[in-house]
Design a binder for this molecule. Sequence first.
Ligand SMILES: Cc1cc2nc3c(=O)[nH]c(=O)nc-3n(C[C@H](O)[C@H](O)[C@H](O)COP(=O)(O)O)c2cc1C
Length: 263
Amino acid sequence: MMNLLEAMKQRRSVRSFNGEPLSEACRSALTGIIRESSSPFGGDVEIRLKEFDARKGFRPVTYGMIKGACDFFLVGFGDGDAAALSAGFRFEQVVLRAWQLGLGTCWIAATFRESDFGAGESWPAGVKLKVVCPVGTAAGKSIVERIARLAAGSKNRKPFDKLFFYGDFSHPVPGSDRYRESLEMVRLAPSSTNSQPWRALVAGGKVHFYCRPNSRWSVLDCGIGLCHFYETERFHGRSGRFLTEADAPQPPDGWKYLSTYIP
Ligand SMILES: Cc1cc2nc3c(=O)[nH]c(=O)nc-3n(C[C@H](O)[C@H](O)[C@H](O)COP(=O)(O)O)c2cc1C
């Protein structure tokens, strides 16, 4: 099985599937992965795996974006930044491990009909279904998938030096810095319409994370980036933690402070 860093480097969104339901073995592996996923940021998050039986003619509406998927994750979470950050952080753990198992996924926050996916589901108070995600074996890319990827500029990522800074917000992170690789993995993370709202400042041996919001999913996106960072640190046996610092460096206008990683 490929390791988690390879999964972060190779993963792409998959929107065309082979039409087969998950095997029982895959289903139970994914259920275990959901159970083990965790987040230090608080808030209420619930992740479920649901089969939609296409043979009975039921196809939930994804506005043509997703083809041939029978199984979907449903991700419900509460209002507020903590829950959004946790949902990104936890569900990306599932996405990466699914990729390691050879299964494709695609985070879907906009192009789904809530009433189709939410039918028959009840959620804890304050939790709402906000993301769905097909999971299964990839088929060749469809025309719609090619167009979706092109429209979102999915292959592109912003340059490292436009996202991550050292000491203050005008200096680049040196090539030799110990956080360089973990931040590079943030850069590769998926985000809604590939908007990449994550920003970070390395200072005093810590990493301060910020969000430069550009949609209502920006904090969720940042949770995904933080997951890549944390998983890379853990991969190398480093067990730092995230804290909220009252005196974190003041970011440029419009950026929101999220959390600080302490080694
Ligand atoms: C929170 C979130 C929401 C997304 N919502 C949609 C969506 O509604 N429809 C869609 O086709 N893709 C959606 N995507 C997939 C992104 O367009 C994709 O991750 C991005 O373009 C980067 O491409 P990649 O995942 O192949 O690296 C979403 C991704 C994220 C992280």
